[in-house]
Each structure stands twice: as C-alpha cells, then as structure tokens.
Write a protein that binds this ligand. Structure first.
Ligand SMILES: [Zn+2]
Ligand SMILES: [Zn+2]
Length: 374
C-alpha cells in the first residue's frame, strides 16, 4: 500500500508554517479520535495517519528530508518516522492527555480505565426452613463463604513488615509518559498496573492478591409469612469490590419444607380432620390443631363428609404487612370398619328407624338405585 502525502493528509500546503500544521493536526486528531468514534476502524486509521504526518512535518529536520526525498527520505532515519503506532493503542490515555491540554476539551479531568472502581459480585445462599419457621419468621445464623480483605497483610498483599515498594518503572506515578511531538502520551504502567507500587515479598496467606476466602457469619432475620423461593437481600454482604468499588449483595434464597398436616395456599392453610358417624349426625365440638393453640370447632348436626369450615385468622401472616390468612378445616366422615357386638346392635336399631331416603342430598342416589332394580 502506497503512503499518502503528509501535506495532503493534514490538508495543508507545502509552504504551510508550523502553527498551521499544528492547527490542522489538532482538528483531525479531534475528529478522528477513536474514543469519539468507537467501533470505526477507519477513524483509527485516519487518526494514526494524521499523527504520523504531524510527527514528520512538525520536525524541521524530518520535514526537510521528506520534502526532498518523500517517504523514502525518512527510511532508516532514527526511529523511522519517529512515530510508534503502538504508543496509541490505549486511546483513553491519549484522551486523558487531551484533557490535560485543557484548550482542546475545555479542561476537566480524565480517568484511567485500569483503576476504575468495580462493584463486587452478588452472592447466593440457600436457606432451608421448616414450615413453621416460614410462617412465624425466625433468626438464622448462617455462614457464607466469600472473599475478604486478607487480615495478615491488611489487603496490601505484602508480607507484614515488608510493605509494597515504589514501582521502579513509573517511580510510583502509575503511568509512563511518552513524548510525541506536542502531545505527551500517558500510558498506564504495565509493571504495576497503574497502582504505582509493586510487591516484592508477597503475603504468605493471600499470595499477594490482598484477598482471602473467609467464612462470614451472619444473622438473617426471616420475616413471618415468607414462602418457598422468597429472597432476602443483605446489602453489601456480597464479594468485596475492587479499586474502591462497593461490595456486592448477598441474596438468601428460602426453601420451605412441606408440612405433614397443613397445606398452604398463599396466606390460607388447609387441613383434613376425620370425624365419626355420630359426630357427623349429631353435631360435635372438636379440637382442631392449628399452628398456634388447638382450636375448638363446632360441627353442626348433619354434617356431610367433605364439608369445610373456616377458622378465621389461623392462617399465614402477610409478610411485612398486617393480618393473617384463614384455616380451612375439611371434615371426612369415617365409616367404622369394626364394631363391637353392642355397637352392632345399636346400629341395627338405628337402621330400622331410619327412612331409606330421608337425606335430601342422597335422594337422587336412592332414586337411581331404585330405578336400577325396577
Ligand atoms: Zn495477605
Ligand atoms: Zn509502575
């Protein structure tokens, strides 16, 4: 690929003076700056091309050689065109430099990407609860594995007493300056990653990274009324952030065990109680278990199997709210399978006195049986 003429690139005449060249380059540098043209490889090419043209035309000696011999005049010269495109790979640094120049972007500070504060990751913890614990709430002591600042080196990464030393490459500044024409290009120091310090004697506990795995003990307050899959967030109890970023959060996922007797439907509870034939026919007062005290439930005369009774406010509390659901008691009339002789006699007497089709609910059934045998 043949190289374009440097004057043409900058859009200036062969007799252009230094201020004109400088102004033309600034205009192009701003226009094609990769930070202003993300994902545009042409802009990056144009930017490098303009920088290279400027580096030659702003240098009297190189410009003279170029005017006389063209691109060939710069071959083999010290540092070739004196332009190292690699120096421009980290564009944020150049932008930061532009900020420092002030007159280009109107002042203000530029940040270096390498040291950007990052929020720590969220952590998940699964907590299993009994049915009652979910209904009434509880305090759980949990232990969560996560990273924490190393206590041996206090997060510094060096063996106690040795301390990190100043980075020999950048002398503690965290960045290295390259002089490029009127631009001084800053790059994050690769030796220390921008921190300005290097660890000569890494901490034996964390191997120099300043963090270590710990088992953090926490108290979790589970409010009354939570259900399966409820999440409880413990802010800032996740992994620590880096470069001064905030820590993540801890999410406690609740898993609630089933109950042997009660079934939960949202805020209501359901249960099934067996009653005997006499209780169903004559009515009775029975003790119904609830999650609190047993409740005395009146069963009216003539209760059918499958009937349901509501006991108010014996259900599940509303989470972080007021009130409770209800308890629904389903009764199941038990037909005796084994009778004593006396019971049998009584049952026979009962049978002889009972009309065959007295119960309205069963009328249809008896009619069907009659129809069948007629
Ligand atoms: Zn350590
Ligand atoms: Zn350094």
């Amino acid at each position: 690929m043949s190289k374009r003429d440097y004057y043409e690139i900058l859009g200036v005449g062969k007799d252009a003076r230094d201020p004109e060249i400088k102004g033309a380059y600034r205009k192009l540098a701003l226009k094609f700056h990769p930070d202003r043209n993300p994902d545009d490889p042409h802009a990056e090419e144009n930017f490098k091309e303009a920088s290279e043209a400027y580096s030659v035309l702003s240098d009297a000696q190189k410009r003279a050689a170029y005017d006389r011999y063209g691109h060939a005049g710069l071959q083999g010269a010290a540092g070739a065109a004196g332009f190292n495109p690699e120096a421009f790979t980290d564009f944020s640094d150049i932008l930061g430099n532009f900020f420092d120049l002030g007159d280009l972007f109107g002042g203000g500070g530029g940040g270096r990407r390498h040291n950007r504060a990052q929020r720590g990751e969220d952590v998940r913890y699964d907590l299993e609860l009994t049915f009652e614990e979910a209904v009434f709430g509880m305090n759980a002591d949990i232990q969560v594995a996560r990273m924490d600042r190393c206590d041996r080196c206090a997060g510094a990464g060096s063996e106690p007493g040795s301390g990190p030393t100043q980075c020999p490459t950048c002398h503690g500044r965290g960045e290295v300056l390259y002089q490029q024409s009127f631009l001084s290009i800053r790059r994050t120091c690769s030796t220390c990653g921008g921190s300005g310090r290097v660890i000569r004697n890494p901490c034996g506990q964390c191997r120099g990274n300043g963090f270590r795995q710990i088992q953090r003990k926490l108290k979790v307050t589970v409010p009354a009324g939570v259900d399966n899959n409820t999440r409880i967030r413990l802010a800032t109890e996740g992994q620590p952030g880096s470069n001064g970023g905030p820590p993540g959060d801890l999410y406690v996922f609740l898993k609630v065990k089933e109950h042997a007797f009660f079934e939960r439907h949202e805020q209501d509870l359901h249960c099934t109680i067996p009653i005997n034939l006499a209780q169903a026919a004559l009515g009775a007062e029975i003790d119904v278990p609830t999650l609190d005290q047993p409740h005395k439930l009146k069963i009216p005369e003539g209760t059918q199997s499958g009937a349901q009774f509501r006991v108010r406010h014996k259900g599940v509390p509303v989470v972080n709210g007021s009130g409770r659901g209800d308890l629904y008691v389903h009764v199941e009339v038990q037909i005796p399978t084994r009778l004593t002789r006396d019971q049998k006699k009584l049952m026979e007497q009962l049978r002889d006195t009972l009309p065959v089709d007295n119960a309205p609910a069963e009328k249809g059934l008896f009619d069907k049986v009659k129809d069948y045998f007629m």
